[in-house]
Write a protein that binds this ligand. Structure first.
Ligand SMILES: [Fe+2]
Length: 220
């Protein structure tokens, strides 16, 4: 065995993204609530949030109140955001504490849900490249995919699997670093990222609804 160089991977300039899974039952319960709301014309009108969002898509409906009153959802959002914050504070601000940053120990970090909304996309809808202003973190929970999405996704191989995908964009380059990070929507998957990070959602062609929940979170 060679000498112990005491190597540490230090990546203070690379923005991180956290991936997680929503607990069992969260997706079904939320879909049920949203489906019921969409049946109500008045709810659809009063909750319409499309004026404030970048998306070119069928329905953007504000559901901040529903997220805030669903403990399983707020726990997921807060726990992931606190973990992100804790890791960054230890790994980036207090360089040398990398080993300490592997699990959340500080439960005092307070996170606020600024706003949350639903994105329902139909064939041809898309979300142009954008970022979210005025918050610390943004996140997405995938709730529903169009029928036949998997076949469409697989057939898209020649075009590097972009159909219906969320894609993050970072213009900096470094060895081993990609400029694009593409995420396939898988029901129940959850992602959290710094709000300034550019991202886009590509269209699909199949029948049905692609649904996700988005939220902006701030450190209190
Ligand atoms: Fe977005």
């Amino acid at each position: 065995m060679g000498p112990d160089y005491k190597m540490q991977s230090v990546a203070p300039f690379s923005p991180a993204i956290i991936k997680a899974r929503a607990p069992e039952g969260v997706v079904d319960a939320l879909n049920e609530k949203i489906d019921a709301l969409l049946m109500e014309e008045r709810e659809r009108q009063t909750r319409d949030w499309s004026e404030f969002l970048a998306g070119n898509l069928k329905t953007e409906m504000r559901i901040t109140d529903i997220i805030r009153s669903t403990p399983a959802l707020t726990d997921l959002l807060f726990d992931v955001a606190r973990t992100y914050t804790y890791k960054c504070h230890n790994a980036l601000l207090h360089y040398g504490n990398y080993e300490e940053a592997t699990e959340l120990k500080d439960k005092k970090i307070e996170i606020r849900i600024s706003e949350g909304w639903i994105n329902d996309m139909i064939a041809g809808d898309f979300n142009p490249v954008h970022f979210h202003q005025g918050s610390t973190y943004s996140c997405v929970l995938f709730l529903r995919n169009p029928e036949g999405y998997e076949q469409e996704f697989q057939a898209d191989k020649a075009r590097q699997h972009s159909v219906g995908c969320l894609q993050f964009i970072d213009s900096r380059t470094a060895i081993g670093v990609q400029n694009l990070f593409t995420v396939k929507p898988v029901v129940g998957d959850f992602y959290l990222w710094p709000s300034w990070m550019l991202h886009t959602v590509y269209p699909f062609r199949g029948e049905g609804i692609r649904r996700s929940m988005s939220a902006n979170l701030s450190l209190v």
